[in-house]
Design a protein around this ligand. Structure first.
Ligand SMILES: NC(=O)c1ccc[n+]([C@@H]2O[C@H](COP(=O)([O-])OP(=O)(O)OC[C@H]3O[C@@H](n4cnc5c(N)ncnc54)[C@H](O)[C@@H]3O)[C@@H](O)[C@H]2O)c1
Ligand SMILES: [Zn+2]
Length: 569
């Protein structure tokens, strides 16, 4: 069933404390529209505070009044309507609001909501208005209530994360969303019934491996075998529209380029493509400039979107161009290598290399969504694929014992790239990286450090061989063996765990030792590594599988002994 959408109002929904009322009022002022707050309207009509209606007449009565008020509000035009935090849960309210207006949801982390509602105003008539939060542990209650309403909030046309933003900034974002979406063509954006919409949302959620939730933005990472076919729909669901520029390298573009372009065109995007040579040498400022030139030539605008289709090199380069062009345009990441799926596409680090060092120029800039289709791994060169498994195994070793067991149990299926096991491994591994990133978006708090497990020696090996001999994952596998052996030497990790790691790495075809290299070269390169603070190297070691410990006091002779051990094949 297609419903025509007459988008003539703006509805602001979201949990209490996300600033709905203030933002709606500000948006109305800037657009010169009317403003209506359903809670205020109910108070005005009944002459009673909301808490009193709850107490005297019950929540049922309040919801009835709310429905009536919303029905009336929806008969208006050019009105910004702020609705109560629970109103959207009601199917009648939702249908009506969605039919007549654009629904924008304001989001905030539970902690922010708690701060705003309880810390900034310890007790006031404001908190009285929220009878559902009157408990001994309001933060916990906020978390529960918010989680239970999340599927309904997710039905909004657009979501804005308000943490750290002022009312005026949020209002600006609402207006931007309005400008972007008001031209939604009914035939491209049919509004199905609530059931099928919720159903498709939940079905879509089957592909969501995780949400990357940073202070500034939150976005889904979709993982699914064959999911590339749905990229157009996923992008439209994320409210992207207009022009899409595919940026890819020659290898990947020749296999998937025309397919992706076709799907995007089918979803209503005007598509351009810019193809760069494959290889790490392309990840530099020169190619970033060529991308800018291309975008300028095609008159790209802020609301256009870049689709980074490829491995980590393309993701870093295209993401960097997206971050800097017009001070940031939308981008979507479609990782096609294993490293890109489980590592490079999660966390928003984008950048290019400088002649003096890797990734010296860059930014933190999150995409609107990540879509990983493990089916694309079937065309990835075998050595690249094997290299990627090192980061997957690393994620198990540092944070998730159960996942490590999953890898051990499913090794044969994974080596054969069986769809289900493969998708599960990619999804879980990406989720582990997201979990770490969510705690420390900009690598300021040191929590991301644990991702460097195995990387101290790996960087030494890579630098000592001018990045030519090892693929990154191969060096990481050897580095993980070094870190595990070092942990064992320091009495932190039992030998059995070291052996388990070694067996798994080897089954995936990864190296666990090296030969023919000068140890002093490696040591020097390790000292120069950018991840070392001051003089002492911060080693990420293991206490157990899934449990890391950071040590800056590792004696040099132990490091040397371990390097020596790694050369004994
Ligand atoms: N941003 C981050 O957080 C982060 C994290 C890790 C790595 N990285 C970066 O990622 C890059 C390494 O990523 P990578 O290993 O994916 O390298 P890559 O992008 O160079 O891809 C490796 C090779 O595989 C090819 N390829 C990719 N997908 C393919 C497919 N499905 N079918 C056929 N061929 C395919 C590419 O053309 C390339 O030749 C480095 O630049 C590294 O700095 C970034
Ligand atoms: Zn790595």
């Amino acid at each position: 069933m297609k419903l025509d959408r007459r988008i003539s109002n703006l509805c602001i929904t979201g949990f209490s404390g996300t600033g709905k009322s203030l933002v709606a009022e500000e948006v109305a002022r800037r657009l010169d529209w009317d403003f209506l707050d359903t809670d205020d309207e109910i108070v005005r009509q009944t002459g009673k505070p909301i808490a009193e209606i709850f107490r005297q007449d019950g929540e049922g009565r309040f919801r009835e009044l709310e429905r009536q008020t919303i029905r009336k509000a929806c008969q208006q035009r050019r009105t910004v309507i702020a609705i109560g935090g629970g109103a959207i849960v009601d199917p009648q309210n939702y249908e009506l609001l969605a039919k007549t207006g654009l629904i924008v949801c304001l989001e905030a982390k539970p902690e922010t909501i708690y701060e705003r509602l309880f810390r900034e105003a310890p007790y006031s008539p404001e908190t009285e208005v929220r009878p559902l939060l009157a408990t001994d542990n309001p933060l916990e209650r906020i978390k529960q209530l918010k989680a239970s309403r999340q599927p309904y909030y997710a039905e909004a046309d657009w979501t804005i994360h308000t943490d750290g933003l002022s009312v005026s900034e949020v209002a600006g974002e609402v207006i931007r969303a309005w400008r972007l979406l008001r031209h939604m063509h009914p035939h491209l954006n049919p509004l199905p019934s609530r059931e099928s919409r919720l159903g498709s949302q939940l079905k879509a959620n089957d592909d969501v491996a995780c949400l990357v939730e940073t202070a500034t933005q939150s976005y889904p990472v979709f993982v699914g075998y064959g999911l590339l076919n749905k990229i157009g729909g996923k992008m439209r669901q994320a409210a992207l529209s207009g022009r899409a520029t595919i940026i890819s390298d020659k290898n990947v573009f020749s296999i998937y380029g025309s397919k992706v372009a076709e799907i995007l065109e089918g979803a209503g995007f005007a598509v351009n493509s810019f193809v760069v040579p494959p290889g790490e040498e392309t990840k530099n400022m020169g190619y970033a400039v060529r991308i800018y030139d291309f975008l300028v030539e095609h008159r790209a605008e802020r609301d256009d979107v870049i689709v980074a289709l490829g491995g980590g090199m393309v993701g870093d380069l295209a993401g960097f161009a997206a971050a800097t062009f017009l001070r940031g345009i939308f981008w979507v990441q479609v990782p096609t290598s294993l490293i890109a799926m489980v590592d490079a596409s999660i966390g928003g680090k984008v950048g290019v290399n400088h002649a003096e060092g890797k990734n010296l120029i860059g930014a933190f800039y999150q995409p609107t969504l990540v879509l990983a289709d493990p089916q694309t791994l079937t065309t990835l060169p075998q050595r690249e694929l094997v290299s990627g498994w090192a980061e997957v195994i690393k994620h198990g070793m540092i944070l998730d014992k159960e996942f490590l067991e999953f890898l051990e149990t499913n090794i044969n299926k994974l080596l054969k790239l069986e769809p289900e096991a493969l998708a599960q491994a990619v999804a879980r591994s990406a989720a582990i990286k997201a979990q770490v990133v969510n705690q420390d978006e900009k690598e300021r708090e040191g929590k991301r450090t644990i991702l460097n497990y195995g990387h101290t020696i790996a960087h030494g090996l890579e630098a000592a061989t001018q990045y030519k001999r090892f693929l990154h994952g191969e060096a990481v596998a050897i580095g993980m063996m070094g870190a595990a052996k070092l942990s064992q030497r320091l009495g932190l990790l039992p030998a059995a765990a070291v052996e388990r790691q070694q067996a798994l790495l080897q089954k995936f075809g990864l190296p666990t030792a090296f030969s023919g290299l000068d140890l002093t070269e490696i040591t020097r390169a390790m000292e120069l590594d950018k991840k070392t603070k001051g003089k002492a190297i911060r080693w990420v070691l293991l206490q157990d599988i899934g449990k890391t410990v950071i040590r800056s006091d590792v004696p040099q002779q132990d490091v040397q002994a371990v390097l020596q051990e790694l050369t004994e094949l």
